[in-house]
Design a protein around this ligand. Structure first.
Ligand SMILES: *Cc1c(COP(=O)(O)O)cnc(C)c1O
Length: 814
């Protein structure tokens, strides 16, 4: 594989500075320098990608298309340099040109085109698909504004726009010759010609242009290259000249603004459905442009769509891209003139669906009137799919209408996207063993009985090159010494080579020293950014993820209040000093989540100002949690909080990032924690709380949080303290009441009070264990050693084998 020297890279970078920005190095700002470096790497990747595409076309290979409304990519400069094998020479080249490489990497904005876990998963999968030599393309929207930037002002979240494209567009290549047209609204009519042939006439629609902006994706240790295709919306006409000529200037540009609003902003709700018409437009816009683009290339290669399903598999990340089903039907029926059965056969052998949640409030159900108004032809096709399905179900279930109703696609004026996916997709997978089981046993039980073969599991995974090797270079070096050099980068199971050092005190002390150094590095970053001085002698106990009631940040807070109350009574109460670190964005409209952020900050201000807590207890809310912050935090974390109500977190991927960096988990048996426990055993994880089935049983028999409050003095004091409030005088009585009585929802819906005691005991056990350094370091080592199965490479091999039926890179050649 061709690689580049420092000297070659310096020449390429100075060339870019001169040709693209008209400057010599001594006139270049760091902004120019960043862009020049990005363009140099982009050229290398673009070249590889075109060769890959040629090979794919020549061999008529089967391709994967990964559709996701979110790709939380984070930064790319270091990642791409790493994957291309030029990280060291690039750093030297940057320094050689008089710039600081770390500062340059740090100046890159995160590409925040996602909310959290689901979007980050898509980004990790792109890396693995490329590394494993799979011909794959990612598709999404080129949001002008990504996930909002979070500021904390007076303890509360304030949202600022995330205008990432100023620098971020250095990675994007617009392809003006591959623009697609997407149609909204209008009327559809049936037309019969003189031979009795039927066709559809669509008139009076609004057109929006979809402009592809391609982001090149480099794999690790391979020449293979893929792309992430981001669609940007543009109006077909810059201005309406007929209005303009009448002097109606504002109206004349209105249409353009409306068309361009489609790709303006990412919806910031995580795990929550909002029935907004602009969101439905985004979904159809991206799905229609994507499928037209795939079909156009397929036709050019094969001249027919009859073999479409043999050459393409479309994986949809949650139900957000569901409209790809009726849209592909539309093209096959209306544009190719296929009959229904032939079209349906192609579609149902092409599309596969990944479910990401069992939360009722996250299931998409679009009001049918919205679909009728915005997508009249798509609506007709959904109706036909729905009618045929319902007839089949009625026969299959012998007229048991309760089952037919649960599985219906159109019901009560809504289009239920998950049911449409289950009907049309050849595979449906959950994202952890527990979650896939719950889908089969509960959420989609009736569908499972009818078509058990469709239901699969692919446990999520993370890009271990980014989340270990790149972000934790010292641990990476230790692993390379212990586990056969670079091997683990392509063979994550090689991490298990660490296990034989679990009684080697030199290795355990190295591990301890690495963690300590990473804590210090993180503390100096926090000090620089915020002025807060973290106590690096304390356990770093970390909960970072979106703010959600089911993730139970509030349970963590209740326990901190408990510790604080007892510390005030007994100065020796804290057997080990602790720093509790939180990071979380709340959806802007999620009131309770924002209250919990405020609470964390009120409590933090009180505890951090109380002399009793000095060197013993500290609470810090980290502003603007995002990928680049996570990359600094994971290596410094010691205790990983994964404390969701059992049965609610589909998988989690944050849990895997912590584990790989040697943090020990305190958690419930939820999502992928179950599989972590399976490989770690009871002795390497702090489990607590109700199991998923116990949660169901308790709810069925009737859960009364008030009884836990009445019978546990410590718990009562903690809940009362919420109502009382803290130093800033803000009362959190609303949160206390929500726990005890509910508020248009069940009291303590997520069972915090039921799990409090068990959580407290697990926290106590973790603190006791921490006192035994050797024991703790052994647990930490075992966590790293057994984290190999949580590499995204493993997940992608599972998809390739169990769902996609595509060949992957062979490890035996390593
Ligand atoms: C990994 C990641 C997540 C997902 O975290 P969970 O704990 O699995 O919910 C969310 N946000 C960011 C920025 C991440 O990197």
């Amino acid at each position: 594989m061709h690689t580049y020297t420092k000297k070659e890279l310096m020449a390429l970078i100075t060339g870019k500075l001169r040709r693209n920005f008209g400057r010599d190095v001594d006139e270049a700002t760091s902004l120019h320098m960043f862009k020049a470096c990005a363009l140099v790497l982009r050229d290398i990747m673009s070249e590889r990608q075109m060769q890959t595409q040629d090979r794919t076309t020549r061999s008529h290979a089967r391709q994967v298309h990964y559709l996701s409304l979110e790709f939380l990519m984070g930064r790319s400069l270091m990642k791409n340099a790493y994957n291309l094998g030029v990280l060291e020479p690039l750093k030297e080249a940057i320094e050689g040109l008089g710039f600081s490489a770390p500062e340059l990497f740090e100046s890159e904005p995160d590409a925040g085109l996602g909310n959290g876990g689901l979007g980050r998963l898509a980004a990790c999968y792109l890396d693995s698909m490329t590394t494993l030599d799979i011909p794959a393309t990612g598709y999404s929207i080129c949001y002008e504004l990504g996930i909002f930037k979070q500021k904390i002002v007076d303890g509360q979240q304030v949202e600022l726009p995330d205008n990432w494209l100023g620098l971020g567009d250095a990675w994007l290549i617009p392809k003006m010759d591959e623009v697609e047209e997407v149609r909204f609204g209008g009327r559809v009519e049936d037309v019969w010609d003189e031979h009795g042939h039927h066709s559809i006439r669509h008139t009076g629609y609004d057109s929006v242009l979809a402009v592809p902006k391609d982001m090149e994706i480099a794999g690790y240790g391979t020449e293979h290259g893929n792309v992430l295709r981001l669609w940007d919306s543009k109006s077909p006409q810059p201005v309406d000249m007929s209005l303009f000529s009448r002097g109606e200037y504002l109206k004349a540009v209105e249409r353009q603004a409306l068309a361009e609003s489609i790709s303006k902003i990412l919806y910031p709700e995580d795990n929550h459905y909002e029935g907004k018409s602009l969101r439905l437009k985004q979904q159809y816009f991206f799905v229609s442009a994507t499928i037209q683009s795939i079909v156009r290339k397929h036709r050019a290669e094969y001249g027919t769509l009859r073999n479409f399903h043999l050459k393409h598999v479309i994986q949809i990340n949650d139900t957000h891209p569901t409209l790809v089903i009726p849209e592909l039907m539309r093209i096959l029926l209306d544009e190719e003139g296929y009959g229904w059965d032939e079209a349906w056969n192609i579609v149902t052998h092409t599309v596969a669906y990944t479910n990401h949640t069992v939360l009722a409030e996250a299931l998409e159900r679009w009001p049918q009137q919205l679909v009728i108004d915005l997508l009249p032809r798509i609506w007709q096709i959904i109706v036909e799919i729905s009618n045929r399905y319902q007839a089949e179900l009625t026969t299959y279930f012998h007229g048991d209408m309760s089952k037919v109703e649960r599985m219906a696609i159109i019901w009560g004026g809504d289009v239920r996207m998950a049911n449409l996916c289950i009907c049309a997709c050849f595979a449906v997978n959950g994202v952890s063993a527990l979650h896939s089981d719950i889908l089969k046993r509960e959420v989609f039980h009736d569908a499972y009985l009818r078509t058990p073969g469709k239901f699969k599991n692919v446990t999520n995974g993370i890009d271990h090159r980014r989340w270990l090797s790149e972000c934790n270079p010292q641990l990476d070096a230790l692993i390379k010494e212990c586990c056969g050099g670079d091997r683990y980068l392509l063979d994550p199971d090689a991490l298990s080579g660490l296990e034989k050092y679990k009684d080697d005190s030199a290795v355990l002390e190295r591990l301890d020293a690495i963690k300590q150094a990473n804590k210090k590095a993180f503390a100096s970053y926090v000090a620089r950014e915020s002025g807060i001085i973290l106590n690096t002698d304390a356990v770093f106990d970390v909960q970072v993820k979106r703010l959600h009631e089911y993730k139970r940040q509030l349970l963590n807070v209740l326990h901190i209040i408990y510790e604080y109350q007892h510390l005030k009574e007994d100065p020796n109460f804290m057997i080990v000093p602790k720093v509790y670190l939180f990071g979380a964005k709340a959806a802007p409209g999620y009131y309770v989540a924002k209250r919990i952020i405020h609470l964390i900050n009120s409590l933090a201000a009180t505890i951090n100002a109380d002399p009793i807590c000095k060197d013993k207890l500290q609470v810090v809310f980290l502003e603007n949690y995002r990928v680049s912050l996570a990359e600094k935090l994971m290596p410094a974390s010691e205790l990983s909080e994964q404390i969701s109500t059992a049965g609610k977190e589909a998988s989690g991927t944050g849990n895997m990032k912590f584990m790989m960096n040697g943090a020990v988990t305190i958690g419930t048996l939820d999502g992928a924690n179950v599989e972590m426990h399976q490989v770690l055993g009871d002795e390497n994880i702090f489990l607590f709380g109700l199991k998923a089935h116990e949660v169901s049983e308790l709810k069925a028999k009737g859960y009364h949080s008030y009884e836990y409050y009445m019978h546990n003095n410590d718990l009562r004091a903690v809940v009362d303290a919420l109502a009382q409030g803290f130093q800033d005088g803000v009362s959190y009585n609303d949160l206390a009441k929500r726990l005890l009585f509910g508020d248009g929802c069940p009291a303590d819906e997520y069972l915090l009070l039921a799990d409090f005691d068990s959580y407290r005991n697990a926290q106590k056990k973790a603190a006791d264990t921490y006192l035994d350094r050797k024991k703790w370091n052994q647990m930490s080592l075992m966590n790293v050693a057994r984290s190999g199965i949580f590499a995204a490479d493993r997940s992608i091999r599972d998809y390739a084998r169990d769902i996609w039926d595509v060949p992957v890179r062979d490890l035996s050649k390593l």
